[in-house]
Design a binder for this molecule. Structure first.
Ligand code: ME8
Length: 509
């Protein structure tokens, strides 16, 4: 249990292709990773959170040519754009990895040479349909009317002599790995992978003879490394695999990869096989989340329907969007992205349930106790206290299972129960009747539960959580708290002054 003992967490997102700009789908996965990273940092674990860009794709080259820019210049400016976008959106990654960086090239060379020494690389003549959009070979049976089913374009027929990786050799080990309950989640996707392996694994081409953009194959410099073989190794580059950095020892065995369902197979089959071949252990977990559509359509450049997370954040605030995407859709499921639903949740869950709760609670402390947290007699156990104690463990369990939406649902039930508590206890009547001891007790309970709410929602809405913290009178930032001490009932210091500020979720025009 990581609540009782410090653990290490290595949390990653896919490294994104830079031929395009970040959209809501990329933001979704990066946010999910950010939330997990923030939660583990909060409870005292040591976290290394990495995102980055996949730059050695043919798509990069095509996009640079189209823009009439030198590919190196293009990659530098696009990678910068992605990194800055994530920073602007308050994503707390510790390292931004780029596959055109010299360190990455060293990692790729090192791993590939190990696989070669193991006898897992061989040369063979190959021909097949290659989709640049997917950056992979497609089988005849995967094509629909001769086209790639995802990109709706005719793939290229490629015939060349390539280097192959003996994926088939790892069939049994991969089956064992996937049968381990926690490695690949959710179960439905894991079962698809098991089925795929049972049909028999083919060795895969890991180099390209005609492509010039990419990392030269260390065992034959006339070819470049296949972009997926190269890209997956980013997870090791970020830990300093190329020079045996200490981070490898600390973090590799605790790697959690969050990826979309589109690239789950690469991460649960090809990647662990590459690692096993190179004498490394597979990652601890891979989670394949679902996809957003916009009005039922796939998000695509040609349809021009991509939603820009920066624009959305400018309108609603980044915390509200983080809340919405994680609450609305159970992680792992597909869903349509609806601005209407976003506005409903903004108004209902955020402005009414949470914002209003803070507002009315502060008003009562100001009106009845001169803005000072009262000194209560806490000998009586309330349901608020009991439920808060239970929630600490429910939340931990939800994080372990990547159940973000269900976790938020439980937190919101708690928020609603505080509102109900106020309506039942009627502090205004206690005040009228001068039942001072009871009033102190009730007001303290309300403020204490707000403190706990701030801690619970911090990973999802870090700015909002800190605003609540400040308004209830804390001088500390949540990041500096000892979580288990701070969520304990009674942790709120009596006699501190509240500090009412701006409303949490203003009306959207
Ligand atoms: O595949 N809904 O990069 P990529 C939800 N470079 N998530 C979405 C989404 C949508 N509509 N569209 C994209 C690549 N994503 C490779 C990865 S990793 C070693 C190499 C998210 O730019 C989702 O997480 O195509 C998906 O897996 C990822 O973006 C793909 O990003």
């Amino acid at each position: 249990m990581s609540l009782n003992k410090k653990e290490y967490f290595y949390i990653t997102t896919p490294i994104y292709y830079i031929n395009d700009e970040p959209h809501i789908g990329h933001f979704y996965c990066t946010t999910a990773a950010d939330i997990l990273a923030r939660y583990h940092r909060l409870i005292g674990d040591e976290v290394y959170f990495v995102t980055g860009t996949d730059e050695n794709s043919q798509k990069t080259l095509q996009a640079a040519e189209k823009a009439g820019i030198d590919p190196k210049e293009f990659t530098n400016s696009m990678a910068k754009k992605w990194e800055e976008t994530w920073k602007k959106l308050n994503l707390s990654f510790d390292y931004f990895v780029r596959t055109t960086a010299p360190e990455h090239r060293k990692s790729v060379e090192k791993l590939l040479i190990k696989c070669n020494e193991k006898g897992d690389i061989y040369k063979k003549e190959y021909e097949g349909w290659y989709c640049v959009g997917c950056e992979k070979f497609l089988t005849e049976s995967e094509l629909v009317d001769g086209k790639c089913p995802v990109h709706k374009t005719k793939p290229d027929w490629i015939k060349e002599e390539n280097y192959f990786f003996r994926l088939s050799k790892y069939e049994k080990e991969l089956l064992d790995l996937l049968n381990n309950k926690k490695f690949a989640l959710p179960d439905s996707r894991k079962n698809e992978m098991l089925e795929f392996i049972k049909q028999g694994l083919q060795d895969i081409s890991i180099s390209r003879a005609t492509v010039k953009w990419g990392i030269p194959l260390p065992i034959d410099k006339s070819q470049v490394v296949y972009v997926w073989f190269d890209a997956l190794i980013n997870y090791l580059t970020a830990l300093g695999y190329y020079n045996d950095d200490e981070k490898m020892k600390k973090f590799w065995q605790n790697a959690i990869h969050l990826v979309g369902k589109d690239i789950f197979r690469f991460h649960t089959i090809m990647w662990p096989a590459m690692l096993l071949s190179a004498g490394l252990t597979p990652p601890k977990q891979v989670f394949g989340h679902g996809f957003f559509t916009i009005n039922g359509e796939k998000i695509s450049k040609s349809l021009g329907n991509a939603i820009d997370p920066v624009q959305l954040a400018e309108k609603y605030g980044v915390d509200a969007i983080r809340y919405f995407i994680m609450r609305e859709i159970p992680f792992g499921k597909d869903s349509d992205f609806s601005t209407e639903r976003l506005e409903q949740r903004y108004k209902g869950d955020l402005a009414d349930d949470l914002g209003n709760l803070l507002n009315r609670s502060l008003n009562m402390v100001i009106k009845y106790r001169n803005g000072e947290i009262p000194e209560p007699d806490l000998s009586e156990l309330t349901e608020l206290e009991e439920n808060a104690n239970k929630l600490v463990y429910t939340i931990e369990e939800r994080y372990k299972n990547f159940e973000y939406s269900q976790m938020l649902e439980s937190i919101w039930e708690y928020i609603k129960s505080i509102n109900k508590y106020i309506d039942t206890m009627k502090p205004w009547e206690l005040n009228k009747k001068q039942e001072n001891k009871k009033l102190d007790f009730v007001l303290y309970n309300i403020m204490q539960s707000l403190k706990i709410i701030a801690l619970f929602i911090y990973p999802i809405m870090p700015q909002t959580a800190n605003k609540i913290y400040k308004q209830i009178g804390s001088e500390k930032d949540i990041e500096t708290e000892n979580y288990l001490t701070a969520v304990k009932w009674g942790s709120l210091t009596p006699k501190t002054k509240v500090n009412k500020g701006e409303v949490l979720f203003a009306k959207i025009e």
